[in-house]
Design a protein around this ligand. Structure first.
Ligand code: Z5A
Length: 217
């Protein structure tokens, strides 16, 4: 058990994780907490190099298991270099995507064997699991439309809609299997409302850990 608090954000592309992670980290900092905002894949210098291979649109031949192994390598580095040290120091870590992305994308999306993915993730994360996960739920069509508005799409955004539907179903199955940890948030609302729902979902845990008092409803 670590001293800090490990919060992850999950969801389909364009669900608003990046936007919401930033707002959440700012709010937690304003409450006087020591916050580290990070993401997968691609945190740190080594992670950044792995991310380039993963998202390069020219890498059309990347096999699903190669993709999974690269993501696991990225996670192993992130856990060792960033997550464990920060949590040992008592930081509040806000991480944009983590292991649930692995099970949703590589498992439900790509169809890789779930038992193998669990073993790979265990090897990479060494048992480090989030204390709470905020799942931003958005119909995949809406998420893709939002992501496409930003311009050129990367290798994974070029996947077809049925792929995104499968992983959306996957996220739902993960949330239903672990309702204590995974809190479902309606991400089709205005950004401020999404943020309010996330804070409300997080507040009981912050109070339980003695991190905040009445400042959080
Ligand atoms: N991946 C994997 O397969 N397996 C794994 O184990 C892990 C990851 C860890 C990372 O890509 C890719 O890696 C990802 C899964 C895979 N697949 N793809 N692609 P990434 O980090 O580059 O992308 P992402 O995580 O999918 O994030 P994103 O596409 O950038 O979306 P987002 O962070 O959820 O959303 P956003 O950037 O905050 O918002 C998207 C747009 O919508 C933007 O223009 C916003 O201004 C707008 N927006 C945000 N909120 C709202 C609301 N509430 N209303 C309207 N518009 C909004």
């Amino acid at each position: 058990m670590h001293k800090g608090l490990f919060i992850t954000l999950e969801g389909v592309e364009g669900a608003g994780k990046t936007t919401q992670a930033k707002m959440l980290a700012e709010w937690l900092s304003a409450l006087g907490l020591d916050v580290l905002a990070t993401r997968e894949p691609g945190a740190g210098q080594i992670g950044g190099q792995i991310r380039q291979v993963l998202l390069n649109p020219e890498n059309t031949e990347l096999a699903p298991m190669t993709e999974a192994l690269l993501l696991a390598a990225d996670r192993a580095q992130h856990v060792a270099e960033t997550l464990r040290p920060a949590l040992a120091q008592g930081k509040i870590v806000v991480c944009d995507r983590y292991a649930d992305s692995f099970f949703a994308y590589q498992g439900y999306g790509r169809g890789l064997d779930m038992a193998r993915l669990i073993a790979l993730n265990d090897a990479a994360a060494g048992g480090l699991a989030p204390d709470i996960t905020l799942l931003l739920e958005l119909p995949p069509e809406l998420g893709l439309a939002r992501a496409q508005k930003r311009g050129a799409s990367d290798r994974m955004e070029q996947e077809r809609l049925d792929f995104h539907r499968r992983l959306s179903d996957g996220y739902l199955a993960l949330a239903q299997a672990e309702p204590q940890r995974i809190k479902r948030i309606d991400a089709a609302q205005e950004a401020a409302q999404v943020q309010a729902a996330m804070r409300a979902a997080l507040a009981p845990l912050l109070r339980e850990r003695g991190l905040v008092e009445d400042a959080v409803r």
